[in-house]
Design a protein around this ligand. Structure first.
Ligand code: IPM
Ligand code: MG
Length: 360
């Protein structure tokens, strides 16, 4: 029996509800595939602030470092929105990314045939869309120095952030882009703002250099404003996108919304080989529906499937979970966020039970 140590970070809002279901799903596929999971829960985000006064307690980071992989639900909520920046749940998330060296964020946006009508775009535009957005996650303007709010000589305040990338930072995310494109449709679109930003010019130059190592990948470049437009205009032109931290933050939300159902999308954040990755839904903590048994647990369940595939090298167990999700959707089961006329509306727990049933 293969043993895995998994750290669970349920976080805030709907996090604990959807995490409970993903955990059950892992236990069931574990029995089916002879895998044993040892789960450790740790505090993060608002829950950690309430319990310990900080959003990422050192023991949480230690537990994560000590495990084979990390499954995160979601963090944040109105309650903590007005705290000073170093105490906000988001700062805990950034600390987790930096602390584990998670420089590559993989955010797939794939339209499921069962949910094609959930998109706000026309069916012809979105049908068949299958995009992987690869976002650099530990550099760029999110982390660049100097940063802060300073007072100028005239006594006026001045807010500063710095968008900076070194060649090695660009190369390592670029390689993830090329390698991923190789395993997918063979097309990589690098997104930057090289017409204005020097940091983007370096990015574009390095992507061009790397392309020589990957002759079978078709590399293209787009400016970020055009990329945003193209995602809405003709999303099927994209296969794999690679971009910097801030541009990826924005474009991955746009790409996710093409599917019309952000409650369905998993993501992976990966560091150098041998360090644990973090798998989490693309959606947030949805504090407005927390504790009401209304949340869609499917992105969390699919994040567990992504973890099995990318971190634990258990593609068959991963397939089993993804197939169970498809079965449930084929049957017409829906949570409120993806509900459509004639379908069968379920709460979070009942959706979990439907998946468990579909697993066997
Ligand atoms: C995301 C989120 C985070 C980010 C926030 C919550 C810090 O928007 O994961 O996309 O900006 O990276
Ligand atoms: Mg975001």
């Amino acid at each position: 029996m293969t043993q895995y140590r998994i750290t669970l970070l349920p976080g805030d809002g709907i996090g604990p509800e959807i995490m409970a279901i993903a955990k059950q799903v892992l236990q069931v596929v574990g029995r089916q595939f002879d895998l044993s999971f040892e789960f450790t829960e740790a505090l993060t985000g608002g829950a950690a602030i309430d319990a310990t006064g900080e959003p990422l307690p050192p023991e949480t980071l230690d537990k994560c470092r000590d495990s084979d992989s990390v499954l995160l639900a979601a963090i944040g909520g109105y309650k903590w929105d007005n705290l000073p920046r170093h105490l906000r749940p988001e700062t805990g998330l950034l600390g987790l990314r930096a602390g584990l060296g998670l420089f590559a964020n993989l955010r797939p946006a794939k339209i499921l045939p069962q949910l094609v009508n959930a998109s706000s775009l026309k069916k012809e535009i979105v049908e068949g869309v299958d995009i992987m957005v690869i976002r650099e996650l530990t550099g760029g303007v999110y982390f660049g120095q100097p940063k802060g709010i300073f007072t100028t000589e005239t006594g006026e305040k001045r807010g500063v952030n710095t968008m900076a990338y070194t060649e090695s930072e660009i190369d390592r995310i670029g390689r993830v882009g090329f390698e991923t494109a190789l395993k997918r449709g063979g097309k990589l679109c690098s997104v930057d703002k090289a017409n204005v930003l020097d940091v983007s010019q370096l990015w574009r130059d390095r992507m061009g250099e790397l392309a020589k190592e990957y002759p079978s990948v078709e590399l293209s470049h787009l400016y970020v404003d055009n990329a945003a437009m193209q995602l809405i205009r003709y999303p099927k032109q994209f296969d794999t996108i690679v971009t910097s931290n801030l541009f990826g933050d924005i474009l991955s939300d746009a790409a996710a919304m093409l599917t019309g159902s952000i409650g369905m999308l998993p993501s992976a954040s990966l560091g150098i080989a041998g360090t644990p990755g973090v798998f989490e839904p693309v959606h947030g903590s949805a504090p407005d529906i927390a504790g009401k048994d209304l949340a869609n647990p499917l992105a969390q369940v699919l994040s567990a499937a992504m973890m099995l595939r990318y971190a634990l090298n258990q593609p068959q167990a991963s397939d089993r979970i993804e197939q169970a999700v498809m079965k449930v959707l084929d049957k017409g089961d829906r949570t409120g966020d993806i509900m459509a006329p004639g379908m069968n509306q379920l709460g979070c727990k009942a959706m979990g039970e439907a998946i468990i049933k579909a697993l066997s």
